[in-house]
Design a protein around this ligand. Structure first.
Ligand code: HAM
Length: 417
């Protein structure tokens, strides 16, 4: 038997109800905050990701699914959505009419990471991006929006962690100070960090290897190196979050695994999922639109790890599929044909309706209706068909009443709408 590939998974009925609940809540929440949906291709030119996420990141260095596509050169299964949203914003000159745009997109992403619980090679993100606003109020509003979605989904044990990564004006000073410390601790760093300390020293702060963690204890804080503008920006973000009741923690070592960030960076961490504890991550990326060939437009966004959020929600509450509103239990051949007709007509009118064509006994029909969690059962045999009557049972109250078959579809459609 052919099995699915490790790191990939099926989301089956039983689990999908949680996914649907999350997706509905996300769409509603985002739309309340003025976001529009955007759908983008899964495959893009590889260069889009190397230029935006950064050549020295784990994602670009070792995790991308890249292949040659004839004349198109190298193409990649998107490892994240931000680069594509920016590409689309620039390509369609969306900034021309109004640079302020708010988008969300939901879909699969691909990273060739080592699979483990909460870490997949195909995973899903709920991604939100805003262009054209540099105000710190927006940073706070976006984190608030994320927190309010999580609250709406009753997700517990989640908390926002925030930091500022500065801007091209102040970050180099911090990088220099950090590099000095890393040079002094070279012999304690893992091989990856030795390389990172040359090209991208900030990433060392994020290393999970215990010796590297130890080495950066007492490292300079980026927050002490922010320029006045970045510092004021971050203070406002924190103040507005506090004023609006968002719980957060400042984490000076939060650096994110992608290179495009400037100023506010944040993650929502959970204590419910073990090692893969980031449920969402994001931040400002004021330089990316320009770096990818667009005008100078500030931007900020985040992505929720859909799989991880679904795991948390499923762990913390039970969400089950609704059963059909009506199950029609026909007894006899003619009644079965009539049931087929009524089921089609009712379902087409928006009433969820099920039947069974297998010639079951009444007892067996009732068992099936129970299993499907039907709210009502319509019982009709060939005899009743001749008399023009059927019996409707409410499966919760067990009340029963007779219904004339004349105008049955209209009567039921009216009753259940
Ligand atoms: P990221 O932190 O790489 O950011 O991913 C966001 C979230 O996607 C993570 O917090 C995690 O929940 C989920 N995730 C990432 N990798 C995996 C995986 N292998 N398996 C399961 N879940 C995973 C970004 O992707 C940025 N594009 C976010 C952003 C949007 N920044 C600005 N705008």
């Amino acid at each position: 038997m052919i099995q699915l590939i490790k790191g990939f998974k099926d989301v089956l009925p039983g689990e999908i109800e949680v996914w649907q609940t999350i997706e509905r809540a996300a769409k509603e929440t985002f739309e309340n905050f003025g976001f529009q949906e955007i759908r983008l291709p899964i495959v893009e030119k590889s260069e889009l990701f190397s230029r935006s996420i950064g050549d020295t990141t784990d994602i670009v260095e070792k995790e991308m699914y890249t292949f040659e596509d004839g004349r198109r050169g190298h193409v990649t299964l998107r490892p994240e959505a931000t680069a594509s949203v920016v590409r689309s914003y620039i390509q369609h000159k969306m900034y021309a009419k109004d640079p302020v745009r708010k988008f969300y997109t939901i879909g699969p992403m691909f990273r060739r990471e080592r699979p483990q619980k909460g870490r997949y090679r195909q995973f899903y993100q709920i991604d939100a991006e805003v262009f054209g606003i540099d105000s710190p109020y927006l940073d706070a509003q976006l984190i608030f929006m994320l927190a309010s979605l999580l609250e709406r989904l009753k997700a517990k044990d989640v908390k926002a962690h925030i930091n500022s990564l500065g801007c091209p004006c102040c970050r180099p000073n911090f990088q220099k100070a950090l590099k000095e410390l890393l040079d002094a601790k070279k012999e304690h760093l893992c091989e990856n960090c030795l390389r990172r300390s040359e090209k991208n020293p900030l990433r060392v702060l994020d290393c999970k290897v215990p010796a590297c963690r130890e080495a950066v204890v007492g490292a300079p804080s980026i927050l002490d190196h922010l320029c006045d503008d970045c510092s004021e920006h971050f203070d406002t973000v924190k103040r507005v979050l506090t004023e609006n009741g968002v719980e957060y923690e400042v984490n000076k070592n939060l650096v994110r695994g992608l290179d495009y960030y400037t100023r506010t960076a944040f993650e929502v961490l959970t204590t419910s999922l073990g090692a893969q504890n980031a449920v969402a991550g994001g931040g400002r990326y004021d330089g990316l639109v320009k770096a990818l060939g667009g005008p100078e437009v500030p931007a900020i966004g985040f992505a929720i790890g859909f799989d991880r959020l679904a795991e948390i929600v499923a762990m913390q509450q039970t969400i089950e599929a609704n059963g059909p509103t009506l199950y029609i239990a026909p007894l006899g051949e003619k009644a079965t044909e009539a049931a087929a007709h009524w089921t089609m007509q009712l379902a087409a009118r928006g009433i969820s309706c099920e039947t069974d064509f297998g010639g079951r006994s009444l007892k067996s029909h009732m068992k099936r209706a129970d299993k499907l969690k039907a709210a009502h059962v319509l019982m009709v045999g060939d005899d009743e068909l001749e008399k023009g009557m059927a019996t409707l049972r409410n499966m919760t109250t067990r009340d029963q009443r007779d219904l004339p078959l004349d105008g049955l579809v209209e009567t039921l459609a009216e009753q259940f709408k």
